[in-house]
Design a protein around this ligand. Structure first.
Ligand code: ADP
Ligand code: MG
Length: 451
């Protein structure tokens, strides 16, 4: 039997066993390319097909072939991206979803700049929750080093800080001025500095960093308490700043809320433009979902999108995760999830405030926010740096969870609930007068409700 003939019979058989869309997805552009004794080699267009076919359909394909030709005992899948020869498999929409894009994005990072090209202004949705940060970012990308320096963007997880600061970097790097852009997550900066100190090559590292035109440091809050990193980074910062080189920073909190940050570095961070990103509202969540679908060239029913926008509120990363869940279902089952299916698939993304916030979590998050050990927060002490966070934790248990004052007192190991009442009233009053505190409490709340 000819290879082609053999494969056509297999395809005909397979169509009886699996759904049309599934068939189109996994058997498009496949063919038998060789038959060597007991083994048949099937070419497939990509790694996903190879994995799917060998994991899910190996036995079925082999059995079908064996029934036609008893000498066939083994299959091999080989990847041949050029195999565009159409074997009359009907194309369906599901095929358009670019799974490679879903999964392998993270690896397409530019070696020189460290930037991921998928982060651009074009696919960054702007709403009232991020418009100031966006406008500042755009201005910086058009005139780096001269407008807002440094540009400091802060906000909770998954709200687009990395996306925005990388978009700025990509726009400048692609611009006509051949600027040297470098994106460095702060963990990486810390480990580079530690390694340079160890190997006595700090000067070389500093020279390297000082030669950059646009330095982007992501999640700069991690340098809290890292004394050596702060000293060295301070020098790099100054040398760039003096040469009108652009510095862009992101953080989960404003500079004045980063604990254990050297005063001189804090004042440098505060010397330019500070702007935040907030959570998107329902309308914007809907726009974001539609934009992501457009990127992936696929459609979902309006009621499914509305359900997602209404219920997946944590942040944009979660929204993307929920969407990908539905797309993977679509890809593997070949049919578009309706509202009922979507509800089932999205269970893990949907929660009520009481599911996510409990006293343990609040205490843990407050402690982390102020770089304290949880036990320090729980035991009575008069140490100044602990008293305030402790009062904030008590305040939040009352405000967010509606715990009674005596119940809160018990959680904090004390018998006297008047201390709790005092803490609650004090914070309530301070919030009215003190913007910095309001800001900190909002950031803590963002974390409590974001996972
Ligand atoms: P953060 O750095 O604040 O934790 P990210 O920038 O990593 O958040 O964003 C999380 C995900 O949400 C990313 O995949 C990003 O592309 C997407 N995202 C965030 N903000 C937007 C936006 N405004 N428009 C479109 N996608 C966004
Ligand atoms: Mg980030």
């Amino acid at each position: 039997m000819e290879n082609n003939e053999l494969w056509q019979s297999v395809l005909a058989q397979m169509q009886l066993h699996i759904s049309k869309a599934n068939f189109a997805t996994w058997f498009q552009n496949t063919q038998v390319v060789a038959k060597e004794n007991e083994r048949v080699v099937i070419s497939v267009p990509n790694i996903f097909c190879k994995e799917w076919l060998s994991n899910k359909y190996y036995k079925l394909i082999l059995k079908t072939m064996y029934d036609m030709d008893n000498s066939i005992k083994e299959l091999e899948f080989s990847i041949n991206p050029q195999s565009t020869k159409n074997n009359n498999v009907q194309k369906v929409d599901a095929e358009k979803i670019n799974i490679e894009q879903l999964k392998f994005d993270e690896f397409k990072v530019n070696k020189d700049t460290n930037l991921n090209p998928r982060y651009t202004f074009d696919n960054f949705v702007v709403g009232s929750f991020n418009e100031l940060a966006h406008a500042a970012g755009l201005a910086v990308s058009e005139n780096p080093g001269h407008i807002y320096n440094p540009l400091y963007i802060y906000g909770g997880v998954g709200l687009g800080k990395t996306h925005l600061i990388q978009s700025i970097g990509n726009k400048i790097a692609e611009g006509p001025h051949k600027k040297k852009v470098k994106y460095i997550p702060s963990e990486k900066l810390i480990s580079n500095i530690v390694a340079a100190i160890r190997s006595n090559s700090m000067e070389a590292l500093k020279a390297q960093l000082s030669a950059i035109d646009v330095l982007i440091i992501d999640d700069v809050q991690f340098i809290a308490g890292k004394v050596k990193t702060q000293i060295e980074f301070f020098h790099v910062f100054n040398s760039l700043y003096e040469k009108n080189k652009q510095i862009i920073l992101s953080s989960d909190k404003p500079p004045n809320a980063i604990p254990e940050l050297e005063e001189r570095l804090r004042s440098r961070f505060e010397g330019g433009m500070i702007t935040d990103v907030d959570s998107p509202d329902y309308e914007t969540r809907l726009v974001i979902l539609k934009q992501k679908l457009q990127e992936k060239n696929i459609q979902l029913p309006e009621d499914v999108l509305e359900y997602m926008a209404l219920n997946v509120k944590k942040n944009i990363r979660e929204l993307e995760g929920a969407l990908n869940n539905l797309l993977i279902y679509y890809k593997t089952n070949g049919n578009i999830p309706n509202l009922e299916t979507a509800k089932k698939l999205l269970k893990s993304f949907i929660f009520s405030p009481f599911d996510v916030a409990n006293h343990k979590k609040i205490i843990e998050i407050v402690a982390k926010f102020y770089n304290l050990e949880e036990k320090n927060l729980l035991n009575p002490t008069r140490r100044k740096e602990i008293v305030k966070p402790r009062q904030i934790a008590m305040f939040l248990l009352r405000k967010e969870l509606k715990y009674s004052f005596p119940a809160i007192a018990r959680k904090f190991g004390g018998k006297d609930h008047t201390t709790v009442i005092y803490a609650y009233k004090k914070i309530l009053q301070e919030v009215e007068e003190n913007n910095k505190l309001t800001n900190e409490i909002n950031l803590i709340k963002q974390r409590i409700y974001s996972g």
